[in-house]
Design a protein around this ligand. Structure first.
Ligand SMILES: [Ca+2]
Length: 261
């Protein structure tokens, strides 16, 4: 009899525990955090492009691609992929970041220490600059060409002679350096930078170098109509005149138009 009472008591205790557990689950259910961006549109992107630089001039997308033997500079309409003009770099060059300043396109090379200048209109080569170290990403403010080199340092250069005017060290609010700054975009007085080999974009105060926000865009990998392999890193950030940001990556089959909140 005692044994039966013990079983009965145990059932009650377990039932009470289950009720409490359910209640505690109800109490701890939290609403998921608000997404930091909304996906507005998805466009096709040529999946043979090893994207290195990405910038709009009006509605026209300028894209620089990399790899020896296949580096290009392309001007096109991203809504229908109509190509307005394109050139191939000499096989010895590995193209990197691009930006457009005063109707001139600047295109870095990875390890050749050369930045090429082209006419925005015709993509005619206008000249070149030399620099030390590696070339990664480019963008510009209203006075400077801003360049990353894979470290935590951003260099602000003179558009006329490419001399360094100032440098900013990028760090988080705890003073830890943020390295592997890659593709860049100047957006509303901030610098957006992709962190190489991550799906993160950091938003940097250009005066202090402090990262004010970090946004993870890994959900975009499953949002398109093709496969984005994990090795194909995010590497294209372009501000459209409508205020939205266009994102793509190396060999990505899609471009994603997002609105960051
Ligand atoms: Ca860009």
């Amino acid at each position: 009899m005692k044994f039966i009472n013990y079983i009965f008591l145990s059932i009650i205790v377990i039932s009470l525990y289950a009720c409490n557990d359910n209640n505690s689950n109800t109490d701890t259910i939290e609403t998921p955090p608000e997404p930091e961006y909304t996906l507005k549109n998805i466009y096709s992107h040529n999946a043979s492009y090893f994207t290195q630089g990405f910038e709009f001039v009006g509605d026209t997308l300028i894209e620089g691609t990399g790899k020896n033997y296949s580096s290009k500079l392309i001007k096109y309409n991203c809504t229908n992929e109509d190509i307005y003009a394109q050139i191939s770099l000499d096989n010895i060059y590995f193209g990197e970041g691009i930006t457009v300043f005063d109707s001139v396109i600047y295109q870095l090379t990875y390890t050749s220490g050369k930045c090429f200048k082209y006419s925005l209109d015709s993509l005619k080569l206008l000249g070149e600059f030399s620099y030390s170290g590696e070339g990664w990403g480019l963008t510009h403010d209203d006075q400077h060409i801003i360049m990353s080199n894979g470290s935590s340092i951003l260099s602000f250069r003179d558009p006329i002679n490419f001399n360094i005017i100032k440098q900013v060290s990028v760090k988080d609010s705890n003073d830890y350096s943020i390295s592997y700054l890659n593709e860049l975009e100047y957006v509303n007085d901030k610098i957006y930078a992709n962190i190489w080999q991550s799906d993160d974009i950091v938003i940097i105060d250009p005066e202090t170098g402090i990262v004010e926000k970090r946004i993870n865009l890994s959900d975009l990998r499953s949002a398109g109509d093709g496969t984005i392999y994990s090795s194909n890193v995010l590497n294209g950030i372009a501000l459209h005149p409508n205020g939205n940001i266009f994102i793509t990556g190396k060999y990505w089959p899609n471009i994603f138009e997002i609105k960051i909140k």
